[in-house]
Design a protein around this ligand. Sequence first.
Ligand SMILES: *Cc1c(COP(=O)(O)O)cnc(C)c1O
Length: 450
Amino acid sequence: MADNKIFLSEKDIPEKWYNVQADLKVKLPPPLKGDGSPIGPGDLAPVFPMELIMQEVSQEKWIAIPDEVREAYKLWRPSPLHRAFNLEKELKTPARIYYKNESVSPAGSHKLNTAIPQAYYNKKQGIKRLTTETGAGQWGSAISFATQKFGLECVVYMVKVSYEQKPYRRILMQTWGATIFPSPTTRTNAGRAVLKKDPKSLGSLGIAISEAVEDAVTSKDTRYCLGSVLNHVCLHQTIIGLETEKQLALAGEKTPNVIIGCVGGGSNFSGMAFPFVPRKLKGEDITFIGVEPTACPTLTKGPYRYDFGDEAKMTPLMKMYTLGHSFMPSGIHAGGLRYHGDSPLLSLLVHEGIIGAKAYPQNPCFDAAVMFAKTEGILPAPETSHAIRAAIDEAITCREQKKEKSIVLCLSGHGHFDLASYDAYLKGDLQDIALDTRAIDEALCELPDL
Ligand SMILES: *Cc1c(COP(=O)(O)O)cnc(C)c1O
């Protein structure tokens, strides 16, 4: 009988991250300033440390992981790859299902894979303080842990409605020593402008980004950091796919036929998928499926266009699949998947037809999450439940077609702080609201003409 869990030893933690740009025939369209003019590394220097800017534009295939980062990774890496025998049995499928368990990190998700190197490179440049935004607090908790590990101060602008309604991740961040402000605040011009118009504003991710960036560029020894979307974030996350590749080989799997991940900004799915892209390009039978909510169907319904990364148009323009920076998705429980855009790199691979995408409403995703919790024992994050839904559907197709495929999914995080969402689902209170296509059309009208 094969093992339920495939472990690597700590010395097997990869020594390099993989940069998929080096293996693509097409070039990634560059980021642009708001007026459409090119952006240089110097423009980004007040916002990010130099080494991360260099990683953002690097065309090198392999980028060395610093020893200090590998040391910190050892707290929870290599993460286990599980064979989902119990789920397979429940589904009576001939498919072999594997999941890479990123929920074992101290912060409970894959986000610590990039929080650690981001804190490290800032520290190395002599930066003393990092600012960022957080919605429900997944990214905020990862960066709070990583900054204290490297002796940096951490300031998190947390969307006010989440700050008030979801106290547990705020408490986790504070336990790790971060300072949390409910955004909008009176600390920044951006926050004061919002409060002047609407003193009762509950905030949004867009406003929180504006506040965190403004704080960084106007404060001494301070930089800003982001938990998804950017090239350097996807680069750091390739540690997921690189470990998985070694573990599948140990399990005797020649080719992972289907690779699945949920997509918010695209970082956990890119991290799992990118290391396998060269093998697909060489003709191996691999299908990649990025899974998003039907309430925010960026890859499946959006156009591939230049757009801003945030509502307030503070960020550069990036070419990506987008629903428009002013699109407000309905309040689904997978908060981490409510982003109007997607990683430019992942978008390019989807545009090239190398990677595919699919969308699901939230109720079928929670159905899948509960089946997973009952069989495999892990309660997944609502975001992750999208990947599980797609994997289960692939396994059911294998049963119907009597096909023996291997299916690999990224278990991006656990749902221990999302129990209120499960409560709503179990009570039958979750709505699958029809997508407001008119709101998307209106938001797309605001895209720059590039
Ligand atoms: C943030 C988050 C996501 C979505 O972000 P990506 O950048 O698309 O990976 C997915 N799952 C979990 C558990 C998250 O915390």
